[in-house]
Write a new protein. Structure first.
Length: 106
């Protein structure tokens, strides 16, 4: 499954790079035809990049929320829950071992 996710990520990254290059060429064309000034082209490009980043952040947040929901549905525990359980086990082991070492013998 992780290979599928990696391939999907790389595919998306490749599409983003290709799209960015097409947009840059399109803006260069508009500048060369005099339909946009270089500053207007740069402003539009920056605006598109910002919108893309905002969309990426929203997508990432939604993906995390969906993953959390899936983990809850599957009754999987979080890293924090595992860490808490480990700490409790270690504490109990210390108590049990302490009682064996320092307690009265039967």
């Amino acid at each position: 499954m992780s290979d599928l996710l990696r391939k999907g990520f790389l595919l998306g990254l490749g599409a983003a790079v290709a799209s960015k290059e097409k947009v840059e060429r399109y803006f260069e064309e508009l500048v060369s035809k005099g339909k946009l000034t270089p500053q207007e082209a740069q402003d539009l490009f920056d605006s598109l990049v910002r919108k893309g980043e905002e969309t990426g952040e929203r997508w990432s947040m939604r993906s995390k929320e969906r993953a959390r929901g899936l983990f809850e549905d599957l009754d999987l525990v979080s890293k924090d829950e595992v860490a808490q359980l480990r700490a409790r086990v270690e504490e109990l082991e210390k108590k049990v071992n302490g009682d064996k070492d320092g307690g009265p013998t039967a």
